[in-house]
Design a protein around this ligand. Structure first.
Ligand code: DGL
Length: 263
């Protein structure tokens, strides 16, 4: 098969990466995407880094055996921080794109202000984030806030509910009465909770996520490697989950279409 017609793998611990998949499909509508969520092991955030790395590598290997992908997008900040170097060593012949909290665009747009970074414990404790936060710390006040419960709410399709809002109010309590420039959604699950976040945060707080930047970078690398399909080709999106429960894939399709359980 022409290498250009092979699919692009999009991987996350569960449903979060669908927020990135949407940006990818908007920008690369002629491409074939195969989305894999490791629902059987989500959430990744509380797991040790070595285990997240192992799960990520094993899932990508299994996906490559069945799909022979031309490029991989690790649509998970947590898996990126644990495994991106090893993945790039494993697949040196293809683009492997990761995602990191969009702190740089937040610092560009809100110099001198406070920027909250919401992410998983793993993302926030890894060296990759520490280096980014230190670089951006000279341009804005960076506050890193683990928000693990949010992943579980989104995994079960509860993207907007009074219980979710209550958790956010507790997590964000110290920041609700102070001026904050932006909130970086440093976990790909979090854009699905944007409605609840907007209601809880002071009006005017900008929410910033890395999905468009990741899609842009993917498009650039595919073009450089001459791996883009012709623009007239029919695009395709296929969902897979490591959970045998068909509800897992149904939930992915619902989030991709923009619906949630509570709507
Ligand atoms: N969606 C993931 C991220 O971007 C991970 C969530 C989790 O499994 O804890 O970090």
């Amino acid at each position: 098969m022409d290498r250009r017609n092979r699919p692009i793998a999009v991987f996350d611990s569960g449903v979060g990466g669908i927020s990135v998949l949407k940006a990818l499909v908007r920008r690369l509508s002629a491409e074939r995407f195969v989305y894999l969520g490791d629902t059987a092991h989500a959430p990744y955030g509380p797991r040790p880094t070595a285990e997240i790395r192992r799960l990520t590598l094993e899932n990508l290997r299994a996906l490559d055996e069945s799909e022979l992908f031309k490029a991989a997008v690790i649509a998970c900040n947590t898996a990126t921080s644990a495994a991106i170097e090893e993945l790039r060593r494993t697949y040196p012949d293809r683009p492997v794109v990761g995602i990191e909290p969009a702190l740089k665009p937040a610092a560009d747009r809100h110099p001198g202000r406070t920027v909250l970074v919401l992410a998983t414990e793993t993302t926030l404790r890894e060296a990759k984030y520490a280096a980014l936060a230190e670089r951006m710390g000279s341009r804005c006040t960076v506050v890193s806030l683990p928000c693990p419960e949010l992943v579980e709410f989104v995994e079960r399709g509860e993207t907007d509910s009074p219980a979710l809002e209550a958790v956010l109010r507790v997590r964000l309590a110290p920041w609700l009465a102070r001026p904050v420039g932006a909130v970086v959604l440093g976990c790909t699950h979090f854009p699905f909770a944007s409605g609840a976040l907007r209601r809880v945060l002071p009006p005017g707080t900008e929410l910033i996520d890395g999905s468009d930047g990741t899609a842009r970078q993917t498009a650039r690398l595919l073009a450089e490697a001459d791996l883009l399909r012709p623009e007239s080709a029919p695009g395709e999106v296929v969902f897979r989950s490591t959970s045998p429960d068909p509800a897992a894939v149904a939930q992915m399709e619902r989030l991709f279409r923009g619906e949630s359980e509570t709507e």
